[in-house]
Design a binder for this molecule. Sequence first.
Ligand SMILES: [Cu+2]
Length: 324
Amino acid sequence: MTRRRPLLIVVILVVLAAGLGSVPTIAQEPPQSCNDPNKQVTLYANEKGPRGRRLGYGRKPHKPRIPGPTIHMTEGDCVQVNLVNDSKEKAGLHFHGVDYTVLSDGTPHNKGCVGPGKSRTYVVSAHRPGARPDGTIDPGSAGYWHYHDHCNGTPHGTDGIRKGLFGGLIVRRAGDPRPDRRPFVVVFNGRTINGRRAPRTPIFKANIGERIEFAVIGHGNLMHTFHLHGHRWADTRNGQLSGVDDMSAVIDNKTLGPADSFGFSVIAGEHVGEGAWMYHCHVQGHSDAGMAGLLVVRGPDGKMSASTKAAVRRWKRIEGGGHH
Ligand SMILES: [Cu+2]
């Protein structure tokens, strides 16, 4: 025993030194306010549609959108989101993927709901990846996330989500490729895309060669599969491979359950050219019910070719022919 004691002391000293020298990344609680006034977002919740049966978040009062405005963050950011509830119903904000205290959880039991005519601030932050003192990896916050109501109808926001209270949240890592356009946000909810059925679903447009980005979110009670024609991406955090020998699967179809989300960026028309490329849910009964839209790849000058225009017209006519 006495012979082993010096070794034991050395081991203890090494462990202590390692502990003192490392930066604990997990012990910190997320902040409850952000100092940067530029990192403030205000969202307004309002009824939407002629009968006001839908609800949406918007950047301006009485201008709700479904999905709501996409919130952008970079790892290391803190964002203060002010929710002004201009609707006649209860609403709130609950975020996926990022850091927040229970005060910003947006749930009824944490008193995170906002009554009609009231407002409230939520604080969320995104951290960079790092190593924990024990050597395991603390993943960063980067990802294709989303936010939604957790208050309307039930304590789980079931009515709020059904009516349209949701939006995308994109957290980037420094060095991630940036798209040339605003991200295309696709929310599969019930048998709709962004609350609509073809041919009134979004028609996204880009010029050939541009980097375009999709953020895809599932909601409701159904399982979906997102498929994009003519383009494929890596099944990784942002759709990119780390090198030519990266063995990650390359896919053009991905399963999406409720509250799942993923995203990727691709080069519009790469290897396939201009045209009207469909994106849709590949559950056949869902695409037949109207869960389909278009990615229109225009020429490098931003002009749609005659054949692309004709294809878009045909698509609208065919999809407008009634759903099953
Ligand atoms: Cu589906």
